[in-house]
Each structure stands twice: as C-alpha cells, then as structure tokens.
Design a protein around this ligand. Structure first.
Ligand SMILES: NC(=O)c1ccc[n+]([C@@H]2O[C@H](COP(=O)([O-])OP(=O)(O)OC[C@H]3O[C@@H](n4cnc5c(N)ncnc54)[C@H](OP(=O)(O)O)[C@@H]3O)[C@@H](O)[C@H]2O)c1
Length: 265
C-alpha cells in the first residue's frame, strides 16, 4: 500500500509504522513480542543500546524466517558512548549484539556534548555503508543548526516525543522544510490517550480504537510512528491502521489538542 513507507532524503524507504521496544526486557517477553509483531506484519523495529534488549531483537529477527533486507532496524548511540571513537566502538558492539552486518537507521539518542564529533562518526558509518540512514533523536532546532553548520550530511530523521498533547508544531515545520522526517516516540502517550474526549468521539465515528485513530493521525501527517506493546491483541490492533482515512477537519482537530505536555523524561 502506498502509504506504508516514507522516502527519506537519501531515497531509502522507512516503514511508516514500526514497533517500539523500550522497557521490553531482554529475553522471553521481548522475544515473544517482537516475534509476534513480525508475524503480524511489522517490518520496522526500534531499539537502542540503553534498552538492553539488542540481543533479543537480533534473535527474534533471525529466527523469524523473514529476509533481513525486508526488515528496517533502528538502534541508537547512548550518552556514555558519545564522541567520534567511542561512537564507532559502540556501533560495532550494537552490531554484534543484534547479530547482523548492517543497521538501517543509526541515531544519536540525545543531544548533549560532542554532538558534532558523534555525528561525524555516524557520517563515516554511512559512507562505509554500514548504515543505510543516519539521524538524531530529541534534537531541537538549535541542535540541528549545529549539525548543519559543522557537518556534511543532514540528518534524515529526528525521533522525538510526539502525540496529541505534544505536537511540536515549530519543530515539525523546521524538519519538514529541511527534508528531515519526524518520527514519533510515545505516540500513545505511554497509554495515557484514553481520557481525551475528542479521541473517544472520533473512535465512534470511524469505528476504530483510540490508538488506531492516533497512529493514523501520525501516518497522515507523514510522521513515522513506533508504538510499543507486549500484549498480542494490542500489537495486532496498532498495526491495523491502513484501511481508513481521517478527514482534513478531524486531522486538524487532533492537532489542536496540543498542550506542549510531555509524558517522557
Ligand atoms: N528516542 C527516545 O528518546 C525514545 C524515548 C521513548 C521511547 N522511544 C521509542 O518509542 C517507542 C514507543 O514509546 P513508548 O514505549 O514510550 O510509549 P507508547 O508506545 O506511547 O505507549 C506504550 C504503552 O501503551 C500501551 N499500549 C500500546 N498499545 C496499546 C493499545 N492498543 N491499547 C492500550 N494500551 C496500549 C503499552 O502497554 P503494553 O505494552 O502493556 O501492552 C505501553 O504501556 C518505545 O518503545 C521506544 O522504541 C524512544
């Protein structure tokens, strides 16, 4: 289906709906959840060094029987590995843990010190074709400006907290204007979207659940989204968002719920 992928600035396709794995424990829980997600049809898995589940992500992908090239795999460099050499080392460790020979998307997890040096390491990994795309996470406009001024390659993705009560309109416009795709973390507000009246109304109008309405809103905005669940029926439910379309009016109404409210850190 045409709206299932978004083309990044370098031509690589990223599945617009991925599977988040934060707080999934390495081992049985993560293995069963990721395996089920792959069985249901997800082809995009989001992990990070700090989630401590890269081994299990790799195991679930390898045992799924699905060709590695069909799966879009993201991992991230953590704060303690920042800097040029440390990032290159951390990348190799992630690669080993994930038991694969390339990563689809490598992200700087948080902006802090050494953003430029860390980004240069990502540029090198990209040029060496060890990663198909590179990006950042939790970067504000000024962090991105620092990269533009000092580096060669523009990030292809910025993964940020994004949901009906935190729509980041300025950052969204800024990234759009520079061909940086926005990716939503905590798209379901970590499970706190259920008390919003408008979403209840829309759920009845479209005969879809509240999470499905919110994920569909992400997709129609051109925002990649990565809901997490360890519950089989929710994993299935969250993937079932390609058979309906929100009207322009309802899209705008959801966007107007913004309260600049974070459920994150
Ligand atoms: N880059 C960053 O700094 C950053 C930060 C945070 C997260 N992330 C990424 O973004 C992903 C998603 O964010 P998140 O895990 O924080 O939050 P989320 O996806 O917004 O919400 C996950 C929570 O919602 C529940 N849930 C999922 N689907 C549901 C449904 N259909 N109905 C009812 N409840 C449902 C889950 O419960 P169960 O699991 O119990 O089913 C879980 O408690 C993460 O897993 C991670 O990969 C990135």
């Amino acid at each position: 289906m045409k709206d299932k992928v978004i083309k990044l600035s370098n031509g690589v396709d990223i599945p617009v709906l991925g599977f988040g794995t934060y707080k999934m424990e390495n081992g049985k829980e993560a293995f069963e959840s990721i395996s089920y997600a792959l069985e249901v049809g997800y082809r995009h898995i989001d992990t990070a060094k700090i989630y401590e589940n890269e081994e299990t992500v790799g195991e679930a992908i390898n045992k799924s029987g699905i060709n590695r090239e069909e799966i879009f795999l993201t991992t991230k460099v953590w704060d303690t590995d920042r800097g040029y050499d440390n990032t290159l080392k951390a990348f190799e460790t992630s690669l080993k843990k994930l038991n694969t020979d390339y990563i689809d998307l490598y992200l700087i997890h948080w902006p802090k010190d050494l953003n430029v040096e860390t980004w240069r390491a990502l540029e090198r990994l990209y040029k060496e074709k060890k990663v198909r795309a590179i990006g950042v996470s939790n970067f504000k406009e000024h962090h991105l400006e620092e990269i533009f001024e000092n580096c060669e390659i523009t990030p292809m993705i910025n993964q940020v907290e994004f949901h009906p009560e935190l729509t980041q309109p300025e950052l969204y416009e800024f990234c759009n204007s520079r061909n940086i795709v926005l990716e939503a973390w905590s798209p379901l507000m970590k499970g706190k979207i259920f008390s919003i009246d408008l979403l209840k109304e829309l759920s009845e109008i479209y005969n879809k659940t509240i999470p499905q309405i919110v994920l569909r809103w992400n997709i129609q905005l051109g925002v990649v989204t990565i809901p997490k669940s360890v519950t089989k029926e929710r994993i299935r439910e969250n993937f079932n968002v390609f058979d309906f379309e929100l009207s322009k009016e309802h899209m705008e109404k959801i966007s107007s719920l913004n309260k600049n409210l974070s459920v994150g850190f």
